[in-house]
Design a protein around this ligand. Structure first.
Ligand SMILES: [Zn+2]
Length: 177
């Protein structure tokens, strides 16, 4: 099997930038303040750091939910968080195949905004992480629609092309796992 392609350190900093930008956009759309991210807890890992079950053959990003309990002398921390598992090789392939028009930064911004929208909706009880596949497919449509609403006002030509790709031929792939 060929080695899977991984993001370079420079590309990983583009992911950090994309999530940072997506947080600001989501705050505006969902009327959040920065402290709300303590409730909408998530982390982001790229392929090099993923466990086997976090790797997907078909997705750009795979969303996992984890429950975390930690007991210290006097306090118990007990919370859940979501992990956005970025599938470097699938994203790099899409950028390579779409050579002149699929750009990495707008693609990452779309993925980040989409994943944060899932996280916020799960935490607000507007959608259920463990829903039936049928319901997940409907939710996926809603999340794409919200992602478009969030991104359209700031979209330049390259971002508009990405938005159109997700209407026509791309899927994030995060619901099938
Ligand atoms: Zn999704």
């Amino acid at each position: 099997m060929a080695a899977m392609r991984l993001f370079s350190p420079a590309e990983i900093s583009c992911i950090d930038g994309a999530f940072c930008h997506a947080e600001r956009l989501a705050e505006k759309h969902f009327r959040l303040v920065p402290e709300d991210w303590k409730q909408h807890r998530y982390d982001v890992k790229t392929l090099a750091d993923l466990e086997a079950h976090e790797v997907s053959e078909t997705a750009f990003a795979h969303l996992c939910k984890y429950h975390y309990v930690k007991e210290d002398d006097s306090t118990v921390s007990d919370f859940h968080f979501y992990r956005v598992c970025i599938q470097d090789n699938r994203i790099l392939d899409a950028v390579e195949r779409g050579s002149s028009f699929v750009k990495l930064i707008p693609l990452l911004l779309y993925i980040a905004t989409h994943e944060l929208t899932h996280v916020i909706r799960f935490n607000r009880g507007e959608s259920d992480f463990d829903a039936s596949l049928e319901e997940k497919v409907r939710e996926e449509e809603r999340v794409h629609s919200i992602t478009r609403q969030i991104l359209k006002p700031i979209a330049d030509r390259n971002l508009n092309l990405i938005i159109d790709c997700f209407r026509d031929r791309y899927q994030i792939g995060d619901i099938y796992n």
